[in-house]
Design a protein around this ligand. Structure first.
Ligand SMILES: C[S@@+](CC[C@H](N)C(=O)[O-])C[C@H]1O[C@@H](n2cnc3c(N)ncnc32)[C@H](O)[C@@H]1O
Length: 433
């Protein structure tokens, strides 16, 4: 393979000999899309690379020795997924006023083409959207919706405009598609979420009427996000068609999920993950134990354990997710689960008064991992078992180091730091807070 280095990125010129693990990417957008970065890499090679990455982080950041006799048995192999496409139950597409045009099409497409796009961001560009009519990561019904929206949203008669991240003008920000399942029939059900910069339901009406004809669509909601930021969570949410939630089943339980609640994006693999969590929790099964489910989302992990324990206490910052968790407990006839809404980055001394001493703590934070306040709380709590689920091996390795090897008290280290600085630079103390 020959590469040259341009200002922005490395670009392939031509293939001399394909890499041993090279595979043809099945998606037509793979080369230009920021959504998938490794479709050209054999799945087994992706797994190997991830395993190596986790191992290196655990050793170098987590400070666990790979020379330890038990290391090999503790670092278990990755559990691969049976399906590599059509597995995502949630995709978020962006509307953009600046269509990304691949270099080779630049000449022919540039003149007189519509610059609007709906799709995924070009790699490294927050303001350029690659127009996409089908995504191989999401379900077939979700692709039907994407195609239907693509078919009509640019129609000048409808008068819709994409939001421009520079000028902050325009209406349509994101199209979020969630696929669930009707738990009675097992058939897919879809939620369509339009994220807009203002509340103008009349503008969305033609789109809603069109997609409501797709039988799998059971919910169309509108998140209104008036901020200049480009996130998909609205300050207000309106249901424009059907229900405000979709359902999914996991480990024999039914879950209702609203637009802004977290739900594991690969349902099939979530079944496997939750089984692993249960195995790692090593429950006695006599109903005597207390479980603390931190970063609980819609309550999925705690609720799947609830039938075998005394009580589950869940904590989560998103208000809607906590309402979903409470509703999900009721829906499944579970009365020994209590869910609290709160920010785990801002806990204080009173946090531990909200629940009895837990036997098992489940931690499943988002990518930044745990705040130091929570780490210190857990170190004091000394629960018998902690199960840490992570989507970011780097912050996971850091937190494992803290949890397993302890942390130096921040106040002491600042004192030491100031002492050192005052030796090196006596003036520092004049300015130090
Ligand atoms: C990776 S998800 C896990 C959710 C759940 N355990 C599951 O398996 O579906 C992380 C969750 O942490 C929540 N979260 C993020 N930051 C938080 C914070 N500071 N305090 C409490 N919850 C937070 C997110 O809203 C999200 O629901």
């Amino acid at each position: 393979m020959m590469l040259y280095w341009s200002v922005r990125k490395v670009k392939k010129l031509k293939t001399i000999t394909p890499h041993l693990d090279y595979v043809e990417a099945p998606c037509e957008y793979a080369l230009d899309c920021g959504g998938c970065k490794s479709q050209n890499l054999l799945y087994e090679a992706q797994i190997r690379a991830k395993e190596q990455q986790v191992r290196e982080l655990v050793v170098h950041v987590g400070k666990f020795s790979d020379k330890h006799p038990e290391f090999a048995s503790i670092m278990k192999p990755i559990v691969p997924c049976d399906t590599q496409f059509y597995y995502r139950n949630k995709m978020e597409f962006s509307f953009g006023s600046k269509k990304w045009v691949p270099e080779e099409l630049l000449q022919e497409e540039h003149v007189g083409t519509n610059d609007y796009a709906l799709g995924l961001h070009a790699p490294g560009f927050f303001d350029k959207v690659l127009n996409v009519t089908k995504c191989l990561l999401q379900s077939e019904p979700a692709n039907k919706v994407l195609a239907a929206v693509q078919d009509c949203w640019r129609d000048p008669q409808i008068g819709l405009s994409p939001y421009d991240v520079h000028s902050h003008a325009g209406f349509l920000k994101h199209l979020m598609l969630r696929t669930g399942r009707d738990v009675e029939t097992g058939l897919p059900e879809l939620m369509v979420n339009f994220v807009t910069s203002s509340n103008k339901p009349e503008l969305l009406k033609p789109l809603v009427e069109r997609i409501a004809t797709i039988p799998e669509v059971v919910s169309v909601v509108n998140n209104v996000n008036t901020s200049v930021g480009n996130t998909s969570v609205g300050e207000e949410e309106y249901t424009l068609y059907g229900k405000s939630t979709i359902t999914e089943s996991l480990r024999g339980l039914t879950f209702q999920i609203s637009a802004n609640s977290f739900f594991q994006t690969n349902t099939h693999q979530a079944e496997i993950l939750y089984k692993l969590v249960e195995d790692c929790a090593n429950l006695k099964g006599d109903g005597s134990e207390v479980v603390l489910d931190l970063f609980c989302g819609t309550g999925t992990i705690g609720l799947t354990l609830a039938r075998r324990v005394r009580h589950v206490y869940g904590f989560e910052v998103v208000v809607e997710a906590i309402s979903d968790a409470r509703r999900n407990a009721k829906l499944n006839g579970i009365s020994n689960a209590t869910f609290f809404q709160g920010d785990l980055n801002k806990i204080d001394e009173s946090f531990g008064n909200k629940f009895p001493q837990p036997d098992i703590v489940i931690i499943d934070p988002n990518r930044p991992g745990m705040h130091m306040k929570l780490v210190k709380f857990l170190l004091k709590l000394k629960a018998a078992r902690i199960v840490y689920v992570s989507c970011n091996p780097a912050t996971c390795a850091r937190d494992l180091d803290y949890l397993c090897h302890g942390v130096v008290s921040i106040s002491i280290s600042i004192k030491v730091f100031r002492l050192l600085i005052s030796v090196i630079c006596p003036y520092y103390n004049l300015y130090a807070a």
